[in-house]
Ligand binder design. Structure first.
Ligand code: PGA
Length: 255
């Protein structure tokens, strides 16, 4: 059985002080929630402080990005070696990274590096609004998955996040049914790239304007194993409610 994962992507928000305060507000309530993996992904500069605060709890820390090299002349970058002791997860290929930082070309190398250093990659895939309107969603996702996973045999710790770009930060989420259908296709693609058992085990999250009001709609879908949450993860009440709802709904549906 797959264990749901709710991941908060804080993006480029919070100073160190604010990050410490935010995780402080989340910690007590999150730590009480069972059967759901709880993850916060603050900016690089706050990873250390946040990881010290959650150290004795069930809350995990993830990075929003990383370089694929261990060290070297890459001014401004942060390596897997530098984060591996404090991060359980790393988000790779977020659409904002693909759009503004040309990440498309590095995703495969970053996933390989994450696996090598024992950091579980959360691979983001998703189509643009126009691709969706032109009926190209499947084609785009298949291409993104093939490119990201080329030459990677072991995906035991990999998590996939399906994030339609038109839903990110827009307040317009996909419907539960739509997301479920697309995630089913992603699972089929994983089955064809690997095998049926691996496809059944891989966790696939939904992301894009997920919040406390719509999380139940996603969590009751058979294919969806959690959420990658942007805006709502900065609001403790929202995020805690999303975790609580996931914990109570997810296991009612056999996944
Ligand atoms: P959002 O962001 O929840 O604010 O739409 C999701 C994401 O970018 O991961």
């Amino acid at each position: 059985m797959r264990i749901p994962l709710i991941a908060g992507n804080w993006k480029m928000n919070t100073t160190i002080e604010e990050a410490v305060a935010l995780v402080g507000n989340l910690l007590k309530e999150l730590d009480k929630i069972d059967n759901v993996e709880k993850l916060v992904c603050p900016p690089f500069i706050s990873l250390r402080a946040v990881s010290e605060i959650v150290a004795k709890s069930s809350v995990k820390v993830g990075s929003q990005n990383m370089h694929y090299e261990e060290k070297g002349a890459f001014t401004g970058e942060v390596s897997p070696l530098m984060i591996k002791d404090i991060c359980s997860y790393v988000i790779i290929g977020h659409s904002e990274r693909r759009q503004y930082f040309n990440d498309d070309s590095y995703i495969n190398s970053k996933i390989k590096a994450a696996i090598k250093y024992g950091i579980a990659p959360i691979l983001c895939v998703g189509e643009k609004a126009e691709e969706n309107q032109q009926g190209k969603t499947n084609e785009v996702l298949e291409r993104q998955l093939e490119q990201a996973l080329t030459g990677i045999d072991d995906i035991v710790n990999l998590v996939i996040a399906y994030e339609p770009i038109w839903a990110i930060g827009t307040g317009i989420s996909a419907s539960g049914k739509q997301a479920n259908q697309t995630i089913d296709l992603i699972r089929q693609k994983i089955s064809s790239l690997y095998n049926k058992q691996i496809a059944l085990n891989v966790r696939i999250l939904y992301g894009g304007s997920a919040n406390a009001d719509n999380i139940a709609e996603f969590m009751c879908q058979p294919q969806i194993d959690g959420a990658l949450v942007g805006g709502a993860s900065l609001k403790p009440e929202q995020f805690i409610s999303m975790l609580k709802q996931t914990s109570s709904i997810y296991y009612d549906i056999k996944k």
